[in-house]
Design a protein around this ligand. Structure first.
Ligand code: FEO
Ligand code: CA
Ligand code: CA
Ligand code: CA
Length: 584
């Protein structure tokens, strides 16, 4: 069966696995670096230059591009494919690189700079006939940091579990954390997922069962709680409940207040992706990137209205959230997370719908949803209605005391990951679906059966970023960790990479390889399919030794390649030299 759109075939020359500190694209293509960490985002009158020694202040960083670029989306201005806005996530920081003397010792000024290097950026870009450039200053340029107010909306807004001393109404939270994947909605907004927010909180020695289920630990990974009591969950037990949401931003209105959409459920959200039913209801698919967690779908009650972001500002506030169960017979079911239905009752610890959404994991546990191998990005083939999801890896699958293999997650000690896909019967609002596995990632030369995979084409491991281009090719990006690369089961796979898949044939072909120890993530095309923007995250990332703050510089100097410089996350825009459509 032709499972893809079938519009386009792979038409580029595959490149070999990457082994060097360089970004490589196929013959006939050109890659250009833009929007490096620390460049001014373009706010008029406030454009401090990047200092290569890391000595920019926290205030400088609040108006410069953040660190660790991840998901991004291109928003055309007046429908243009040569002029638009990029909205971009900054997932986390490497505090060894962020400060002149690294992260030891941490102090309040360093925490503030780290907070200002998190969040989101909106910047303006234009193609000048030769190359893309940032437009600076730009009326659209914006940074969202840990000080930016976000409205809480939907059924959990104002819930007692969201109220804090600083926000007794529980309706306005400051900042967004660990934003990973992203997408653009059909009504012109940007959706961004708050992923590993739990690691920013110190839970103290007496962590509640609720916070434990979400992975809070005694101490945060970043030392924030020592200098900013908001992140001390022992003192502020409801502050963690204000993270883990899907964030919606209107990039076209620089005065707009971003919103956390509680109707979509709380999770370690990788991101969120929208399909429209034939009668214009919004269906939002999302997953949470954590071992043995879940895949979700939200179906709006209302219909999309003409008039863009303003006309649809409550579309994602009312509807029903479901969690996926993948059955062994190739069928599956969406299980509703509705208060009062089934086990989701006060007797089981859910006072109301708000609590069901805040404790979506606990609710999904009770519903018997399928525990997945770390769901990352999703991609929706609007023509065929197949929805694809990367399951990046799960080293604990089948381990003692952990869930064993199942049909959807079929490999024990799953080092390589897989891509699953499903399709509902008539429209995106189905309650049941058929599903199968597009590909098991791996290398057939590996000894262990579970690491061989069944890739038809170029080998890869740990699929993460995923998306369709306008011509219907499926693009896959990888995130193998620096501790794995170049050895063992990853010896032949090389640097993290980007591949294209023809879903009609299953063929997968390597398109791009990144610099040393980076992750390749985030993908967005201009409407004409002739420009591809991606993120190169954490080139040179420290494989092991957190005590040496300068360690990334031993591995990478990308993209500046200055002897005294620092590796920097950046966006890269890729074009065909002849101006043609990417991938064909
Ligand atoms: Fe931030 Fe799941 O990758
Ligand atoms: Ca990711
Ligand atoms: Ca990942
Ligand atoms: Ca990452």
């Amino acid at each position: 069966a032709n499972l893809g759109t079938g519009q386009a075939r792979l038409g580029f020359t595959a490149i070999p696995p990457g082994q060097t500190d360089a970004l490589v694209v196929p013959p006939g293509y050109v890659a250009q670096v833009i929007a490096r960490w620390g460049e001014p985002v373009g706010i008029a009158g406030n454009m401090p230059a990047f200092r290569t020694d890391g000595s920019n202040s926290a205030a400088d960083q609040a108006v410069q591009l953040g660190m660790h670029h991840d998901g991004l989306a291109f928003f055309p201005l007046n429908g243009s494919s040569t002029h638009g806005l990029i909205a971009l996530n900054h997932e986390y920081t490497d505090d060894g690189l962020l400060h002149p003397d690294g992260f030891v010792p941490m102090n309040a000024a360093k925490v503030k700079k780290s907070q200002n290097a998190h969040g989101l950026s909106v910047y303006e870009v234009k193609f000048n006939g030769q190359a893309w450039e940032m437009v600076r200053p730009s009326a659209y340029a914006r940074r969202f940091t840990m000080d930016t107010p976000f409205d809480m909306s939907g059924p959990a807004a104002g819930h007692p579990l969201l109220r804090t001393a600083a926000d007794p109404q529980g309706r306005t939270t400051l900042g967004t954390l660990n934003n990973c994947a992203s997408s653009a909605t059909p009504w012109g907004t940007y959706l961004s997922g708050e992923e590993n927010w739990m690691f920013y909180f110190g839970g103290g020695t007496d962590i509640s069962a609720h916070h434990k289920r979400w992975g809070l630990r005694e101490k945060g990974l970043y030392d924030w709680e020592r200098f900013d009591t908001r992140f001390d969950a022992a003192q502020n037990p409801n502050e963690p409940n204000r993270f883990g949401w899907v964030v919606e931003v209107d990039p076209m209105d620089p005065t707009s207040t971003p919103v956390k959409r509680t109707a979509l459920g709380r999770a370690a959200h990788e991101g969120a992706w929208v399909a429209m039913t034939q009668d214009q209801r919004a269906v939002v698919y999302s997953g949470e990137d954590a071992r043995f967690e879940y895949i979700y779908k939200f179906l709006s009650s209302g219909r999309m209205q003409p008039g863009g972001a303003k006309a649809n500002r409550h579309l994602l506030d009312e509807g029903t959230l479901y969690v996926a169960r993948f059955d062994a017979n190739g069928q599956g079911q969406w299980l509703p997370l509705v208060h009062g239905q089934g086990p989701l009752t006060a007797a089981n610890g859910f006072a109301d719908q708000g609590e069901v959404l805040i404790k979506a994991r606990q609710a999904s546990d009770l519903l018997g949803a399928t525990k997945m191998d770390r769901p990352e990005w999703l991609a929706i083939d609007k023509a065929s209605r197949w929805v694809y999801c990367t399951l990046t890896n799960n080293s604990q699958r089948g381990a003692e005391g952990k869930p064993g293999v199942d049909a959807a997650n079929p490999r024990a000690n799953n080092s390589m990951g897989q891509i699953i896909r499903w399709r509902e019967a008539r429209d995106f609002d189905g309650m049941t679906f058929e599903w199968n596995l597009l590909v098991l990632a791996g290398d057939p030369a590996n000894e262990r059966a579970e690491a061989k995979g069944n890739v038809k084409g170029d080998i890869f491991g740990c699929p993460d970023g995923l998306g369709f281009s306008p011509n219907g090719l499926l693009w896959i990006q990888t995130d193998a960790h620096a501790t794995q690369m170049y050895k063992g089961e990853f010896a032949r796979i090389g640097n993290n990479q980007m591949l294209a898949c023809d879903t009609a044939t299953g063929e997968i072909r390597r398109f791009l390889t990144g610099p040393t120890n980076c992750e390749i993530t985030g993908l967005t095309f201009t409407p004409d399919g002739r420009n591809l923007f991606i993120s190169v995250q954490h080139p040179g990332e420290t494989p092991t030794d957190r005590s040496d703050p300068k360690q990334p510089q031993k591995y990478s100097s990308w993209p500046d390649h200055q002897p005294d410089g620092r590796p920097r996350s950046a966006n890269v825009v890729i074009r065909k030299i002849d101006g043609g459509v990417i991938g064909t």
